[in-house]
Design a protein around this ligand. Sequence first.
Ligand code: AP5
Length: 222
Amino acid sequence: MTTNIILLGPPGAGKGTQARKLTEDRGLVQLSTGDMLREARKSSTETGKRVAEVMDRGELVTDEIVIDLIRERIQAGGSGFIFDGFPRTLVQADALRELMEEQGQTIAAVIEMSVDDDQLVKRISGRFTCGGCGEVYHDTSRPTQVSGSCDDCGSEQLLRRPDDNAESLRTRLMEYYKKTSPLVGYFWREGKLHRVNGLQSIGNVSADVNRLMEGLSEREAL
Ligand code: AP5
C-alpha cells in the first residue's frame, strides 16, 4: 500500500485512535507531529523547553519546527503515511505538498473527522495513554480490560497529557478553528476532502475509514 492520507480534525476527534487502527489493519505508517513534539520536549535543549511551554498552553508550535520534523521523516523514504495532526496551517499544507512532490508522491485523500465541541471536551477529559506503547484509552468509551494495565503491552504506566485540561483545551480549540479549519476549504478545492462522522463509535468510524481506504486502493489499482 503506497497511499498517503491526512487525518484532519479538532483535538479529541479521534485522529490518533484511527491512525493506530489503520497501522494495525493496513500496515500504514503513522506520522503524528504531536507524538514527535512530545518526544522533542523531553530534551533539555532550549528548543525542547520552548516546545513544552507552547504545547502546555495549547498553542501551535512554529511552522518551522514542525515542518523540519516532517521533512526528516519524509526524506528518510517510504510511503503509506498517515499524517496525524499535520498539516495544521496553510503554510504547513504548502510545505507538505512540496515535500511530497520532491519524493514523487501525492496525498490521496484527506479525511476530516467531525465531532461537536461538547463531545471533544468529554473525550479529552477522559483520555489516558499507555506510556509503554502509546495505546490511547478513555475512562468510559475505551477503558482498559484490566484496571491499571495496558491491554496491548501490559505496562502499568498509564498517563494523562499535561495539555488535557480545560484551559489549554479552550486554546487548542481556538487554534483549530482559526488556523487549521481553513484547510478544509484548501483540500476541498483540491478534490481530496472526505468527511467521516466522528461521533460514531470507534468501530463504526473505523469501518467508514476502511471503506474509504478500499475505494482509494481500487482507484490506485486502475
Ligand atoms: P496532538 O497530539 O496532535 O493533539 P490534538 O490534535 O490536539 O489531537 P489529540 O491527540 O488531542 O486528539 P485525537 O484527535 O488524536 O484524538 P484521540 O484519538 O486521542 O497535538 C498536541 C499539541 O502539539 C498541539 O496542541 C500543538 O501544540 C502541537 N502540535 C502538534 N502538531 C502540530 C502542528 N502540525 N503544528 C503546530 N503544532 C503542533 O481520541 C481522544 C479520546 O477520545 C481518547 O480517549 C479516545 O479513546 C476517545 N475516542 C476516540 N474516538 C472515539 C469515538 N469514536 N468514540 C468515543 N471515544 C473516542
